[in-house]
Design a protein around this ligand. Sequence first.
Ligand SMILES: Cc1cc2nc3c(=O)[nH]c(=O)nc-3n(C[C@H](O)[C@H](O)[C@H](O)COP(=O)(O)OP(=O)(O)OC[C@H]3O[C@@H](n4cnc5c(N)ncnc54)[C@H](O)[C@@H]3O)c2cc1C
Length: 588
Amino acid sequence: MTAYAAPLAELRFAIEEIAGLPELARLPAFADATPDLVETVLAEAGKLAAGVLDPLNQPGDREGCRLENGVVVLPGGFAEAYRTFAAGGWNAVPFDPAFGGQGLPWSLQTALHEMWAAANLSFSLCPMLTQGVIELLQAHGSPAQKAAYLPKLIEGRWAGTMNLTEPQAGSDLGALKTRARREGERYRITGQKIFITYGEHELAENIVHMVLARLEDAPPGVRGISLFLVPKLLPGEGGPARNDLRCVALERKLGIHASPTCVMAYGDDDGAVGELVGEANRGLEYMFTMMNNARLGVGIQGIAVADRAYQRAVAYARGRIQSRAAGAREPAPVPIIRHPDVRRMLMTMRALTEAARALAFQAAGALDRARHAADPAERARQQARVDLLIPVVKAWSTDIGVEVASLGIQVHGGMGFIEEPGAAQHLRDARITPIYEGTNGIQANDLVGRKLARDGGAAMRDYLVELKREAAAAPADLTPRLAAGIAALERAADHLVRTYPEAVETALAGATPFLRLLGTVAGGVLLARSAGIVAARRAAGAGDADFLAAKEATARFYADNILPLAGGLAEVVTAGGPSTLALDEDAF
Ligand SMILES: Cc1cc2nc3c(=O)[nH]c(=O)nc-3n(C[C@H](O)[C@H](O)[C@H](O)COP(=O)(O)OP(=O)(O)OC[C@H]3O[C@@H](n4cnc5c(N)ncnc54)[C@H](O)[C@@H]3O)c2cc1C
């Protein structure tokens, strides 16, 4: 059994050097985010993740959740862990101090989220969804809604959920049917939602459901969807009263067994009582304002599971003795970590995880600047960067989570396929992350359709300028590979901008390879930047020499072994579309 160790040096590096904490801390909103405070917060979070959440991960996976008489029972230890989590103020970190939040940067929250999700993905989903509800209410709630709900949600006394999906409405939310009927100042909600994470549980005193539904006179499609706040318990004179909503079933599923995935029935009796959030028919638009954070959060889950799987694989590879070393005279078998193919797997795991982490922290830093930079033009520029990067962070990182967890199994050999060592759980858990919060296919469509083609490639061209500038400043031995990767990305982007307007299907057939290409190149550039910083620190004799040397070696491995794939991906984007679509539908 390998205990989780929070990668504190890595996370500090990502916050300071990639998200740019020193610069963020100069913004008035983040004056409290001093290096000392950040270090203390990271260290405390690392202890909570390793000491409280990680020990519940495998037992929680084995025990799973149960529905008993309408009550969802979570695995042993979860209730105490949630109380500890909430009492520590961990729900409050990035939120408005006016409502009890701590007003710290999302870049810091991103590091915390990685630790929670690495230690226990199932547990981490509860606070993550609550944060989504807080974000929505901060942005779109009325003053009365903010006053009534935000303090309790931020404190963690109440939890939140997102209710979008219905059986006929998954990726296509325009098809949703849940109804809302006006009744004076309130609304009555009727319908069924499926796949609702933490839709019912007893961890918190109340659950605030954010529900997408249609008003009676709403136009069809996505323009007729409104957002409602529907609490599990309604305030009443004789104490809180149960609202007309219930969890009617729990899904049995591949992974995240300790996270309840609920079928929710609203309004089996008179209709669940809800409040409209914002204006009618703008619900989907409101949801999208918090999507960037939610998608960043899911991307982080991919990185978190990848890091956890990597740690477990390294420990196993050090301890498992098998075969003599290649080319060695001594017949004695050696730890498998000495075999070149195992090294290849471990370096791939490590490099992909670090690259995805770097991109996520770049996006988190941009998110903080988009909200709090002093200059409106700078805020707009940072928002454009967030919009471009978020689908890549979500999809690329979660694909990496699956790939790295799968490699982790391979490092374990047969024991990887057996549940006991824990590597198998990582793959089972990681597998949901490319699916929820917008499938990775939908992210790729978003990247190519909305973020690349819609502005004729303008935001992408800006980004390419920056990538080229960074590549030019990178350590000299890395620049040729970086230049080749950036040229491949530029070629593919130009092709899609040109072809999307007249051949949208062919262009979209290349959307997923394009997203991977963008992630691959952006990650390579960020690791090269890290290598430059690390080399300077080493030359100055500053910092932990082993950490710095490993970081530099990882960047070189990435440049030599992963970045060259960019050329092939560009070829797929520019030439692969027609044959992807050539086979007649009936021939499948
Ligand atoms: C464990 C779990 C937890 C979840 N938690 C929540 C939650 O808390 N709240 C909530 O509201 N929902 C939740 N979901 C639902 C999740 O967000 C949806 O499953 C997801 O959005 C995909 O919808 P779908 O399952 O209907 O797949 P579909 O939309 O049917 O997609 C099937 C396939 O078709 C592809 N596809 C569909 N449309 C297109 C297109 N236009 N272009 C290209 N490809 C396309 C998809 O990428 C996918 O590969 C959860 C799901 C699971 C399994």
